[in-house]
Design a binder for this molecule. Structure first.
Ligand SMILES: NC(=O)c1ccc[n+]([C@@H]2O[C@H](COP(=O)([O-])OP(=O)(O)OC[C@H]3O[C@@H](n4cnc5c(N)ncnc54)[C@H](O)[C@@H]3O)[C@@H](O)[C@H]2O)c1
Ligand SMILES: O=C(O)C(=O)C[C@@H](O)[C@H](O)[C@H](O)COP(=O)(O)O
Ligand SMILES: [Zn+2]
Length: 366
């Protein structure tokens, strides 16, 4: 059995992200000694996968297992409210803990419930998708959607630990696996170009759940995320022109608009790939990004099987949706753009002409 990698997240509330196999038995140590009740919030589709973890926990704690609606359907106020009611009925106190088990939608909802119940209880994430391992479970962003858009309600609530059990990826459908690589490739462009070299130098079929390259990609992407959140946990801004935590939002302004426009039929990681190509096109027009790097976006995301075009919504509808992005200030849209590989900055208030031209460039390849 391979070794476990420990990636430490420093700051005011430090914790570890463990990457390895069969990590469930680490949970009692990560949960700590004060815990009496554990609420396991899991995607209802993963009832079989979560059972061994529940079986282990009942040996130590009073366990409340709450199956949630699957995927994005979990990220709503009514689902959060149902969880609060269940916690209340079980007498869940501040010394108890939440464990989430699922993809990013589950860790976002479960993290939000943990952040808000009694104004904050301990949470440990057990992510079961590539995307949740490399991104959603790390860094403390939690949230739910509203009618106006993605993640518009939420809070920053850091976990007490994250267990990335690579064995859990064995049942992940290929489309979901590939979607997670969207956030990994994003990390390659914003901070760690070695990720791009690995993706470009590996046959796509060799990127399987159990391959060494996949593990290296996952660990590299987690390191990128940790390095960013340690310096700017609450997204208040970076130093020396670096966007700070907003850099992790590369490609997300259009991505969230596309997810909403598609009724969440387009997966988050897929939308991020499209959004990154869009913002590269924008940076080539309103900034200084070399056209060859724009094409490298298409090539790298496309190589792993992600979409790089989109024409299913009008520019006007997407522009309206982009206005509710959290990076917007007043009426001014703000985007994370690159001047070069791993050289991000904020582009504030691009012209509508450039925004539309970039969309036309994206849509024209559809
Ligand atoms: N908080 C953050 O920092 C952050 C970062 C990135 C993304 N997100 C959010 O994460 C969400 C996307 O997460 P996601 O891509 O993991 O999608 P998801 O949570 O919707 O899961 C995708 C699908 O995979 C299934 N699944 C999960 N694990 C499985 C497994 N091991 N075996 C079989 N099926 C499995 C789920 O049941 C679901 O149907 C979005 O809502 C996005 O906004 C949050
Ligand atoms: O952790 C962050 O910060 C990110 O922006 C990571 C993104 O990949 C993630 O999708 C996040 O949920 C988006 O945040 P939001 O603030 O735009 O809702
Ligand atoms: Zn994302």
């Amino acid at each position: 059995m391979s070794e476990t990698t420990t990636l430490h997240v420093g700051g005011a509330a430090p914790y570890d992200v463990l990457v390895g196999h069969d990590l469930a038995d680490r949970l009692p140590v990560v949960l700590g000694e004060s815990v009496q009740r554990v609420a396991v919030l899991y995607s209802g589709e993963l009832a079989e996968q979560v059972q061994p973890l529940v079986d282990l926990l009942v040996e130590h704690y009073d366990v409340l297992a709450l199956g949630l609606p699957d995927g994005e359907r979990a990220k709503t106020a009514p689902v959060a409210s149902d969880c609060w009611e269940a916690l209340g009925e079980s007498g869940f106190t501040r010394s108890d803990a939440v464990v989430t088990f699922g993809g990013g939608a589950t860790t976002d909802l479960g993290g939000f419930v943990a952040a808000t119940w009694l104004r904050g209880v301990r949470v440990v994430h057990v992510p079961t998708t590539v995307l949740a391992m490399v991104d959603a479970a790390v860094g403390g962003k939690t949230g739910i959607n509203t009618g106006a858009g993605k993640n518009l309600v939420g809070s920053f609530h850091e976990p007490a630990g994250v267990l990335c059990d690579l064995s859990l990826l064995s049942t992940l459908p290929r489309d979901e696996f590939v979607a997670g690589l969207g956030e990994v490739v994003k990390c390659g462009f914003i901070a760690d170009p070695a990720i791009l070299d690995l993706v470009e130098g590996t046959e796509p079929e060799a990127l399987t759940a159990d391959s060494d390259v996949t593990r290296e990609l996952i660990e590299r992407a987690i390191r990128v995320k940790i390095d960013v959140v340690v310096d700017d946990l609450k997204e208040t801004g970076g130093v020396d022109g670096h966007p700070g935590r907003e850099v992790l939002n590369y490609g997300h302004t259009l991505a969230h608009a596309i997810e909403r426009a598609s009724g969440y039929a387009v997966r988050h990681g897929e939308a991020v790939a499209i959004g990154a190509v869009y913002v590269a096109e924008l940076a080539a027009r309103a900034g200084s990004l070399d056209p060859a790097l724009v094409e490298r976006h298409r090539a790298a995301f496309g190589r792993v099987g992600l979409p790089t075009t989109y024409a299913d919504a009008s520019f006007e509808d997407l522009l309206d949706a982009m206005r509710v992005d959290k990076k917007t200030r007043g009426n001014q849209l703000r985007f994370v753009v690159l001047d070069d590989l791993a050289t991000p900055r904020i582009l504030a208030g691009p012209s509508e002409h450039d925004l539309r031209a970039a969309y036309d460039a994206l849509a024209s390849r559809a």
